[in-house]
Design a binder for this molecule. Sequence first.
Ligand SMILES: CC(C)(COP(=O)(O)OP(=O)(O)OC[C@H]1O[C@@H](n2cnc3c(N)ncnc32)[C@H](O[C@H]2O[C@H](COP(=O)(O)OP(=O)(O)OP(=O)(O)O)[C@@H](O)[C@H]2O)[C@@H]1O)[C@@H](O)C(=O)NCCC(=O)NCCS
Ligand SMILES: Nc1ncnc2[nH]cnc12
Length: 282
Amino acid sequence: MSALIARNPDLPLVERLADLAVDALIDEADLSPKPALVDRRGGGAHSDLHLGLMHASALALWPCFKAMAEAAQVHGEIGQPLREALGRIGREGEAAMLATTCGVNTHRGAIWALGLLVAAAALAPDDSASALALRAARIALFDDRAAPQTDSHGARVARRFGVRGAREEAQLGFPAVLQHGLPQLQRSRSEGAGEQNARLDALLAIMATLADTCVLWRAGLEGLAAMQQGARAVLAAGGSASLAGRRRLRALDAHLLQLNASPGGAADLLAACLFIDSLGSL
Ligand SMILES: CC(C)(COP(=O)(O)OP(=O)(O)OC[C@H]1O[C@@H](n2cnc3c(N)ncnc32)[C@H](O[C@H]2O[C@H](COP(=O)(O)OP(=O)(O)OP(=O)(O)O)[C@@H](O)[C@H]2O)[C@@H]1O)[C@@H](O)C(=O)NCCC(=O)NCCS
Ligand SMILES: Nc1ncnc2[nH]cnc12
């Protein structure tokens, strides 16, 4: 795990993991231009969000990620006790996030995905990306018996449209990240796209197939089709680094804004992708 060791080698592993998780959230927020999402240009489809709030939310989650890594080290193995410890810490993290953002949900999905990956990395820091994702999936498969039974947006659209949401994405080992985001990131880098374009392409590759419950909640199946087809069109036109791809990206941004369809789930999974990439474990 070269990046982890190279960076602040004197810090405990749990702190380095929390640093990388927060960095991934900040890098995701800063990446621009993302379709209909908060970025350097503005709030995208969100009237109640801006870049400063995304940064503040990310920074407020550092203790949560550190505590998740510590819980993994204390429990030392995957099982119900670790899953329930992560659930408790995750709910505390959500409370810290909401206190920072005055009640706006900025990073619920990211706490879930990154929390599982941070815990998995704390258990086995030298794992490959795929082993790490499978480890995170095994944690996610345990039930959290203390979780309150709330009818979340994700649960409602999953019922209505019969799709898999954030929980299932994790339980399957993050296929959107492992099969789409990370390979596209590497492909675009190796084609010389430049780091920001490669990250945009990774986001688009995730958007091209994900059943993003945030989009479904806001814009239904029309929004989901617009997101997936529009993302595929950008990549087919040559990706973010090409002129034709940029034109398609601008059109996708306008279309999603018109539908009020914010791909917040895909943004969370891009952060997960950047986190795994930063571990240097590929
Ligand atoms: C198990 C949970 C993930 C809960 O999942 P569930 O689907 O029941 O709950 P949601 O509250 O809907 O949150 C899921 C969030 O995950 C993101 N997401 C969406 N689709 C996917 C997908 N296919 N794969 C992965 N991730 C996905 C998405 O997060 C982003 O959107 C958020 C904004 O959403 P919303 O609040 O609906 O906001 P708006 O549209 O703006 O609302 P209005 O303005 O209209 O009101 C934003 O936060 C992004 O992050 C989904 O929202 C898990 O969260 C859970 O059980 N947590 C409890 C504690 C715990 O165990 N924590 C983690 C321990 S490791
Ligand atoms: N950049 C972003 N914009 C809107 N919602 C998000 N959820 C996570 N990242 C986001």
